[in-house]
Design a protein around this ligand. Structure first.
Ligand code: GSH
Length: 204
């Protein structure tokens, strides 16, 4: 039952690649060229109905996309990795909240910052940039990770999003964000994923 990660270098699929390296379980990397004419193909849309990367398929299971879903699937499938608090754990709900925070809130506020769109904190699901960043900064303060010493998939996703956002000027380099992103990126799994990414990018 091979796990397949549908991946394209230099995209958001890096977060899922990092997760696979962090989980340390066998998987196959399947290249998807998002810039190829004809992408997304009907075949690929059977994996991820949106046609985006990353995509994921576990053996004969139904394919799916969305980074948060991939991270949660892998973390729950391998409880020994302790990358997700189990369902009965009192931290589970808060873990899920932070796991969803990148797509639900960080991404929209980064776009708000980049485009200069007028915020409407009360009505917009993501609030606004200042509100979201203040909540995140507060949550990261006790450290070293969101749940103390326990590194979870939520740290990985937020570390990845903050690293990306700060690199491209869509997130301010607040000291707490810089330290957190660096701490996450110091993990051996990040180094392995970065090496795979460099190798894959060179094949283009
Ligand atoms: N919410 C999605 C976003 C995925 C996404 O936007 N992927 C981009 C690359 S960074 C993509 O596949 N673009 C090509 C396309 O839209 O066809 C996730 O987190 O997985």
């Amino acid at each position: 039952m091979t796990m397949k990660l549908y991946y394209c270098p230099q995209t958001r699929a890096f977060t899922s690649l990092w997760m696979m390296e962090e989980a340390g379980q066998p998987y196959e990397l399947v290249r998807v060229d998002i810039r190829a004419p004809g992408h997304p193909s009907d075949d690929y849309k059977k994996i991820n109905p949106m046609g985006k990367v990353a995509g994921f398929k576990d053996g004969d299971g139904i394919g799916f996309g969305e980074t948060a879903a991939i991270l949660l699937y892998v973390a729950d499938k391998f409880p020994q990795t302790k990358l997700s608090p189990p369902p009965a754990d009192p931290r589970r709900g808060r873990f899920l909240q932070w796991l969803m925070f990148s797509p639900s809130t960080i991404e929209p506020v980064m776009m708000e910052k980049r485009t200069g769109a007028a915020p409407n904190s009360f009505s917009a699901g993501w609030g606004d940039y200042e509100r979201a960043m203040a909540a995140l900064e507060q949550a990261l303060k006790p450290g070293p990770y969101l749940f103390g010493n326990d590194f979870t998939a939520a740290d990985l996703f937020i570390g990845s999003s903050l690293g990306f956002g700060m690199r491209f000027g869509m997130v301010d380099k607040r000291p707490g964000f810089v330290e957190f992103a660096e701490r996450c990126a110091a993990r051996p799994s990040f180094k392995r994923a970065t090496e795979i990414e460099a190798r894959e990018a060179a094949k283009k």
